[in-house]
Design a protein around this ligand. Structure first.
Ligand code: IPD
Ligand code: CA
Ligand code: CA
Length: 279
């Protein structure tokens, strides 16, 4: 997929404004950790929770962005139901609290995820791991960083030497059997499979070389947009379960890896893809 060429200077400002917004929202979220009552929790869908903390974190982030970039479009999770990323101009794609279920149960990780897309293509990404105080940043052509230090994907070339992460199905169970069969293969053929419960962190940890690969389906643009830039800029590879396919529209199914184990992962996930996207 070819990456459009915007005005690159904008990404330096965007990283600064987005980084400030992520840290301020993160500090707020941390201050509310353990203080959310059941009256503050709402059910959006099957096993899909939102709290007043998600909404307030989003207000903090969008206020920063609207002030610095009043002409940019904003797509944020806790907004309207219209998941639309315009093909023209700049769009901020925001998950104010990724890992809400973790947060509400007091189980890290959870994160703030902020991306900036140009002509529909994410080109700057920020993921802030609130409890570990780790800020992951990347922008097109500028590399990927953890708290300002450059990071790269891992170099393990075989599944046998790899640690993977995934997201379990939790609201759409049609592909459950195919998913469990693929998971069984990965359990036998890798060092282990983790389920952190926070897709932006799954991707950030692939970018940082902690996980060698990640796969999940049923994701939304705000779950993956920032993490995709991190993985790309850290030298990794991204695709859908077909392996060669692109990721537009953002979300759906995703494989993110260090590149070396990608085709093997896609091969194991092929039966899941056949259920999700029958010919
Ligand atoms: C969720 C997390 C989780 C993933 C779900 C997402 P939320 O985001 O990223 O890891 O499995 O698909 O919806 O709802 O906590 O923002
Ligand atoms: Ca999310
Ligand atoms: Ca969220």
């Amino acid at each position: 997929m070819s990456i459009p060429s915007p005005d690159f200077k904008i990404y330096e400002t965007a990283l600064r404004v987005g980084g400030l917004a992520a840290r301020e929202a993160g500090a707020y979220i941390l201050s509310e950790s353990g203080a959310v009552s059941s009256d503050d929790i709402f059910v959006k869908g099957t096993h899909d929770l939102v709290s007043r903390v998600d909404h307030e974190a989003q207000r903090i982030i969008t206020a920063h962005i609207a002030e610095a970039f009043p002409r940019h479009h904003i797509l944020a999770e806790e907004g309207d139901d219209n998941v639309h990323i315009p093909g023209k101009g700049y769009t901020w794609i925001i998950d104010p609290l990724d890992g809400t279920t973790n947060f509400l149960h007091g189980v890290p990780p959870w994160a703030v995820s902020i991306a900036l897309a140009y002509q529909g293509e994410p080109q700057m990404g920020i993921v802030f791991d609130v409890t570990r105080n780790e800020l992951f940043t990347a922008a097109e052509g500028m590399g990927a960083f953890v708290n300002g230090q450059p990071c790269r994907v891992s170099d393990s070339s075989h599944l046998n030497d790899s640690l993977l992460s995934t997201g379990f199905p939790y609201r759409d169970f049609e592909h459950m059997d195919a998913y469990l069969s693929a998971l069984g293969h990965f359990m036998k053929e890798t060092r282990g499979v983790r389920r952190p419960g926070c897709a932006s962190i799954d991707l950030a940890w692939v970018a940082a070389g902690r996980f060698d690969g990640f796969f999940e389906s049923g994701l939304h643009p705000w779950d993956v947009a920032a993490g995709m830039v991190l993985v790309r800029e850290a030298g990794g590879r991204l695709s859908n379960y077909e392996g060669g396919g692109d990721l537009t529209p953002l979300g759906g199914q995703i494989i993110a890896s260090n590149g070396h184990i990608h085709d093997h992962m896609a091969h194991i996930l092929q039966p899941v893809r056949n259920v999700l996207n029958p010919a």
